[in-house]
Ligand binder design. Sequence first.
Ligand code: NAP
Length: 433
Amino acid sequence: MRHIAVIGSGPAGYYSAEALQKEYGEEVRIDVIDRLPTPFGLVRSGVAPDHQSLKAVARRYEKVALSDTARFVGNVTVGRDVSIDELKSLYDAVILATGAPNDRPIDIPGHDLPGVVGSAAFVGWYNGHPEFADLDPRLDVAAAMVIGNGNVALDVARILSKTPAEFVGSDIVAHAFEALGNSDIRDIHVLGRRGPHQIAMTPKELGELGHLEAAAPRVDIEDFPPELDDALLEPGLRKSVTHLRAFAAAGEAKRKTIAFDFFAMPIAIEGEGKVERVIVERTRLTDDLRSVGTGETYAIECGLVVSCIGYTTPPIEGVPYEHGRGRFANADGVIGPGLYCVGWARRGPSGTIGTNRPDGYEVAERIKADLGPGSTRKPGRAGLDTLLESRGADVVTFRDWRRIEAAETARAREGSPREKFTIIADMLGARGD
Ligand code: NAP
């Protein structure tokens, strides 16, 4: 028997648990610990609410969670309720699958003005993450700027531009549904510091912008290199660029506009006590495809700035950390004896949900090789339970979560799969007696 703790119940955490079950069969006990009372991390609070098919992967994680060898230990914060050293003494191996929930800061003057928010906060707000439910972003403004050319920027631009009817079938939380329904935003600028060939947007997601009810993308064909160069791109990116070219050719006008501003680097955010404009420097590409400023600047008027420029993993006391890259210092997922990391905590914030699967399988094999044959001398879950009880922790089990989930389903508005609780006390209350 082996005892293994996985910290974080998102895709990386559950793929690791699944892989450990395959490696060890009945000879393992896995505790998946999460600071929230709800499982599934980014699947619940990162994946856009209007992308329900992506959220269906939670059913696969549920199978793992419901088996006898794995347990969900929710509402327990590592570093507060239990330390990494304590976990290492209780388990044969500890896997950090804590993701990258913090915004990479946009380090330009004015970044702290009211009206500037990071994508973790904005996405957390419309997805009902308890930490960001009170964000109340400024939507009583005519224009918004989304900084970044990745899929998160696309999610944010799309959510800002959808009509209430387009949210039917989504699980966008009530506070965001109402606020977005009353939004005054008409112009959404998506700012890329490089060009159309350097976007990090995937074709399916980009293509969706061509089918919005009230918003049309606006792209300037002057920003493109010659069309023949598209053939040199890898197929996915080529498809995305084809969408951009189609948007440029359509030149469609609707009530709202999503304008792609390429070769545009934000250098300052200005305004009297709140965001009023972003100062942008025009860029050009170097031979190795980096962006450099040309010295030419202009202003874009906007009252909301959402910076979607990537995420970092929060450090944990005592765990080596790579500050430049915002993730745990590791060699192929190994941090040190008995301590491993997977997913965004290992690689940084890149790839789709499925990209985390191989990480989980690799770490499980590695752990089995490192621990070798034989059985544990560690107390495992019994030891954790004793410790958490002595500290008065209010642990949420998977069975509790299913009651919370049932309550969320029961209170859903018509056409929506669930109405999430956004306050932790309400989640805990929904467990019943
Ligand atoms: P990302 O794909 O790494 O994109 C970050 C963007 O921010 C890039 O365009 C980058 O430009 C830009 N950027 C970085 N620093 C900047 C700065 N200082 N000023 C201006 N722009 C800056 O990250 P992401 O969008 O946060 O997505 C994270 C991961 O989640 C990605 O792998 C993404 O595909 C995935 N995701 C997938 C989906 C989906 O499949 N539906 C949805 C959401 C997210 P440069 O290229 O010039 O650095």
